[in-house]
Design a protein around this ligand. Structure first.
Ligand code: HXC
Ligand code: NAP
Length: 284
């Protein structure tokens, strides 16, 4: 789909880059010539992903464990990137947390657990990378992974929905504010793409996957390479005039339905709550 040098020499930081969609995007960026920084909390996942990406693509990969909820950690991660590669050209805000819960049963700590990763974490990474991009005077490119319920809202995932809506507003606002510094800010809103993390958090009980697929006019889930190619396009210089945009990649799902988990609201509420309680990790 692209020339092999599309992202040649670009230094790209991917938060949550050790698993799922982050790892798939990083792999594609590596194939297209980028230098990569993978960051998240679990060093082992990052190292495994880095080894696989290096072997598959030949890309240089730096691993920096970092919790995006902690601004100091994030600043150190950006400093480490500059020490190794000399600059930060692109940031992909992909790290997230999510779970299904009835809102009246959600504790303030549960709300914080998701919002602090998704909204605060994206703000931290965006500001730390943005300051570096401004200082470099070479411009930059920030891409955030949201989801279609950022604008439709969705039942049972309220912390994620409000946080993703905030991230989208952050990208649109900074697209204007940081145009002065030649920093572009865009978003991608995926529908369902099979990953271990999303499936464990969001597919309650038997039949959930079939129901989720049936909601999609394309009658299939997204394939990782499709999202990775869209992200590559948005990070490439050829899309230089695209900023403040949000590209939907969902096989038509939100136009056909909207609110990814709203269907749970039509089932018996006691049964739904039992299902969600069974998914909640047990405290020892
Ligand atoms: C209700 C829950 C809960 C659940 C945790 N909590 N899981 N409440 N239902 N399933 C509550 C706890 O009871 C606690 O509150 C508080 O949240 C903090 O819990 P911790 O376990 O200490 O949280 P933490 O270790 O910080 O973990 C954060 C996490 C976890 C979000 C809960 O799942 C995580 O780290 N996830 C990262 C990976 C992930 O989620 N990937 C999926 C992304 S998919 P109390 O009050 O009891 O102390 C995605 C797709 C979007 O975003 C779009 C799909 C279409
Ligand atoms: P995933 O594999 O669970 O990815 C989430 C990543 O975030 C993990 O690598 C995790 O790594 C990292 N992370 C979580 N908390 C963090 C923290 N505090 N600091 C740093 N990193 C943290 O799930 P995924 O499906 O690939 O999701 C990737 C992105 O796509 C998310 O933004 C998600 O909302 C979005 N999305 C996914 C789908 C889908 O259907 N899969 C649909 C729409 C949108 P650690 O645990 O090592 O920290």
């Amino acid at each position: 789909m692209f020339e092999k040098t599309l992202l040649s020499q670009k230094v790209i930081v991917v938060t949550g880059g050790g698993t799922g969609l982050g790892k798939s995007m990083a792999t594609r960026f590596g194939e297209l010539g980028a230098k990569l920084v993978l960051t998240s909390r679990k060093e082992e996942n990052l190292r495994t992903a880095a080894r696989e990406i290096e072997a598959k693509t030949g890309a240089q990969v730096l691993v920096v464990p970092c919790d995006v909820r902690n601004y100091d950690d994030v600043e150190k991660m950006i400093q480490g990137t500059v020490e190794r590669f000399g600059s930060v050209d692109c940031l992909v805000n992909n790290a997230a947390g999510n779970f299904l819960a009835a809102t009246e049963d959600l504790s303030p700590r549960g709300f914080d657990a998701v919002v602090k990763i998704v909204l605060n974490g994206t703000f931290h990474a965006t500001v730390a990378a943005g300051k570096q991009m401004i200082a470099q005077k070479t411009g930059g490119n920030i891409l955030s992974i949201v989801t279609t319920y950022a604008w439709t809202g969705s039942a049972f995932v309220i912390p994620s929905a409000v946080a993703k809506a905030g991230v989208l507003a952050l990208m649109r606002s900074l697209a204007v504010e940081w145009a002065e510094y030649k920093i572009r800010c865009n978003a991608i809103a995926p529908g369902p793409f099979p990953t271990e993390g999303a499936w464990a958090a969001l597919m309650p009980g038997t039949g959930a996957e079939e129901q989720a697929r049936a909601r999609i006019p394309a009658r299939r889930f997204g394939e990782h390479h499709e999202l990775a190619n869209l992200a590559s396009y948005l990070l490439a210089d050829g899309s230089a005039y695209v900023t403040g945009a949000c590209y939907t990649i969902d096989g038509g799902e939100w136009l056909a339905n909207g609110g990814s988990f709203n269907q749970l609201a039509v089932h018996d509420r006691t049964a739904v709550k039992q299902l969600l309680a069974a998914m909640k990790p047990k405290r020892s």
